[in-house]
Design a binder for this molecule. Sequence first.
Ligand SMILES: [Zn+2]
Length: 73
Amino acid sequence: MTCPACTAAERNPRADEFANGCLSCQARAMAVTRADLLEDYQGAAQRLFGDKFKEGHALVKQWLAKVKQRRFT
Ligand SMILES: [Zn+2]
């Protein structure tokens, strides 16, 4: 992970701190808001990540796994 906000989120994936311009933060924001459940997730991710779609999507999956581990009950 690439920035202080992401490092903090490694310990607490629900931390709602997001750094501007950080791909991993953008991916984390999508994971936390469960954007993956959107019918138009592909489109949303493509608009958000642009030509970094593959990289971003991989990060979304990583963060989703972490968020699910700590999900609210
Ligand atoms: Zn970040």
